[in-house]
Ligand binder design. Structure first.
Ligand code: EPZ
Length: 421
């Protein structure tokens, strides 16, 4: 497993271009299973998780052709020979569970491994399953697999207990081939879901209310192909915004959409960071001093849980005490202890972490447990005195395209050490 090595202290400057959103590209790739026609997906990030999604589609029998640079993927799911997504692939990436709705809606059956938990939480899929049952699916759980059948899914009025991003995506896709109209109340409002809804619309389904808490989908007997462009990755953009703030620098995050990051930007400004939209992206400049700001993660449009770890790294450099409350996942403070090892003062208790700053961070060998915890440790390494070695970098490669190249181009002293055999 590769290691990222950072020598802290560089003040970042210049411009970084944000890639396509991982969390938009994944449901878009699985939505191609809804049709036999050709689908083209553009601005796809080149990431480990995308390669896994391509492997799942090919396992099912779809023809998948990435362009030479990997940023465009054409899918033709005409000859699907299997309707089973195996444990080996689903456990690698839980988003593969999103093949369930499309396979069930198009072929009337599916056998998909349950994704299981991960480092940040149990991550059940009960909302996906119970709401597909409301649409007429017969669901059986056996040997760690979901076995689902339905002659044809029926539109239904569905209320989600919580605005689950994945469940909303699963149900929007299933509903686009269901008989009649499906209403999803308490739907997730994330921009990635708006991107998926636009794709389903372009394929012939009628989707209203995407981005609001009530989404209505009129299903069709069959769908056309698609030619869609992935939205920019708001979490990657936010990560580089923190990189500028935590090093006292000033950068332009080109291609980022400010309207996807309102709550996050408000917190950066509260902490004294200058954030300005324009020049084809978001310009971020560290202010004279960083002040503590309290954060509570919430479903969109609230503060994104996927930027919680990055913001915690920043708060270790802010003067004062900040309280960070994680309301989405039950165990998403695993990065806190690693930050403490670098000299931060953080007390995590349940879903609340108290950060006392500003602390002088010193480089250390650290280890990450999930994608966002990994990048949080890289950000801390940028601000630390000395050298930080972040192990298990495969987490990073799942969600950040060429992270060390992009940071080096901004002036960071960072390199990747390949694992010795
Ligand atoms: C998506 O996960 C993202 N992943 C996550 O990003 C992100 O953190 C999360 O949404 C929240 O924004 C992708 O898009 C691939 P949820 P998802 O269903 O869909 C509970 C990253 O770093 N829940 O909104 O799995 C669940 O346990 C990843 O890129 C149920 O209880 O998130 C969690 O506590 C990490 N039952 C909460 O809802 C269900 O059936 C939110 O989960 C489904 C979810």
């Amino acid at each position: 497993m590769d290691t990222i090595v950072i020598r802290g202290g560089a003040v970042l400057g210049g411009e970084v271009t944000v890639s396509g959103s991982k969390n938009a590209a994944l449901p878009l790739l699985f939505s191609t299973l809804l049709t036999s026609r050709r689908c083209v997906i553009r601005n796809v990030p080149v990431l480990r998780d995308i390669r896994t999604a391509v492997a799942v589609l090919r396992h099912l029998g779809a023809l998948v052709s990435p362009s030479r640079d990997g940023h465009e993927i054409t899918v033709e799911a005409r000859d699907i020979s299997r309707s089973e997504a195996p444990y080996e692939l689903v456990k690698t990436m839980r988003a593969s569970f999103l093949v369930l709705g499309p396979l069930l809606a198009r072929f009337g059956r599916a056998r998909v491994s349950t994704p299981g938990g991960c480092a940040i939480g149990a991550r059940p899929v009960d909302l996906h399953l119970t709401r597909l049952q409301k649409m007429g699916a017969r669901i059986r759980l056996a040997e760690g697999y979901v076995e689902a059948e339905a002659e044809r899914l029926r539109g239904a009025k569905i209320v989600l207990d919580m605005p689950s991003v994945g469940a909303t995506q699963q149900l929007m896709m299933a509903a686009s081939l269901a008989e009649g109209t499906t209403v999803i109340e308490n739907a997730a409002r994330e921009p990635e879901n708006v991107c998926l809804a636009a794709a389903l619309e372009s394929m012939g389904a009628r989707v209203r209310g995407a981005g609001t808490s009530e989404v209505t989908v009129d299903g069709r007997p069959e769908l056309d192909g698609a030619d869609v462009t992935v939205i920019p990755d708001r979490i990657e953009a936010g990560t580089y915004m923190v990189a500028a703030a935590i090093t006292g620098g000033s950068i332009l995050v080109a291609g980022a959409r400010a309207d996807h990051l309102d709550a996050f930007t408000a917190k950066l400004r509260e902490a004294g960071v200058a954030v300005r939209e324009g020049e084809g992206g978001i310009r971020v400049a560290a202010g004279r001093a960083l002040g503590a700001a309290d954060v509570k993660t919430m479903p969109h449009p609230g503060f994104p849980t996927d930027l919680q770890a990055q913001f915690m790294a920043l708060m270790t450099q802010a003067t004062g005490t900040s309280t960070i409350t994680e309301t989405i996942f039950e165990n998403r403070f695993l990065h806190a202890q690693e930050l403490v090892r670098m000299g931060a003062e953080i007390r995590a208790d349940g879903n609340r972490a108290i950060v006392r700053g500003a602390s002088a961070l010193s480089g250390a060998p650290v280890m990450a447990t999930d994608l966002r915890a990994s990048v949080c440790l890289v950000l801390a390494g940028l601000a630390a005195r000395g050298t930080t070695r972040v192990a298990r970098v495969y987490h990073l490669d799942r969600g950040y395209e060429r992270v060390e190249e992009k940071l080096r181009a901004l002036g960071a002293d960072i390199r990747r050490e390949a694992a010795t055999a």
